[in-house]
Structures are given as structure tokens and as C-alpha cells.
Design a protein around this ligand. Sequence first.
Ligand code: 5GP
Length: 122
Amino acid sequence: MAYDNDNIFAKILRGEIPCDKVHETEHALAFRDIAPKTPVHVLVIPKGAYVDAADFNARASDVEKIGFWQAVHETTAIAGVDGSGFRLTTNNGASAGQIVFHFHVHINGGRPLGGGKQPKGE
Ligand code: 5GP
């Protein structure tokens, strides 16, 4: 799938629509999810144009990758979940539930999240 420059997170990156910013670095922007599923629900996106995790992993430079994951790490502390536990999730592709096609990681926390939620086998 080609990257769509008009996706909602691209507009947030360009400042065309607002977000509740948590953290920003040279390589990433973190902001609160508009429909939080947990008391803390923050999205972290790279500043480069990547459709999904597979695209980011395949095409981003080492500097972008390190910068992105460092920003995720810092965001867990700023959001206050580093000591209490958190879940990192990325949905890769529509069949996995991805609805915004700019790579992003969800940070969920702020309450007990329960056991692992792996899909059941066929
Ligand atoms: P996905 O299913 O693609 O992994 O998750 C996309 C997430 O983006 C959803 O949790 C949704 O609530 C969030 N989202 C969609 N539109 C906006 C928006 O305009 N602003 C913010 N902050 N979050 C959004």
C-alpha cells in the first residue's frame, strides 16, 4: 500500500489538526489517543512517512529506528506508566485492526491490563 499524505496522523504531524501532545523529538511525536481504551493511552508515531510497522522496519534508517524507540521509552516515563506496567501494541494491516495508515505504537496502561491477549489458533 502506498503512503497517503492525507492520513490523519500526517495532518497531525503537519500541525493541520490538533493533538494532545505528550512528547516530541527529532524522530517521533507522542500524543494521547482520541478514544482512549485505558486511563493512559498514548500513540507514538515516527516523523517519516511509513505505512505500518513492516514498512518502517524495512525502510527506516537505523538512526530513525533508534530515535523512534528511544522516544517510545521516554514517553512511557512522561506518561507515568514506566513503573506500573504498560502494553505496547502495533496493528499491522487492516486485517490486524489498523485503521490509520501511518505507523504507530499504542502505549496502554494506568490500570491492570490482565493476562496476555494472543489470538486463538484455528
Ligand atoms: P489503529 O487501529 O490504526 O492501530 O489505531 C488508530 C488509533 O488512532 C485509534 O486508537 C484511534 O482512536 C486513534 N485516532 C484516530 N483518529 C485520531 C485523531 O484524530 N486523533 C487522535 N489523537 N487519535 C486518533
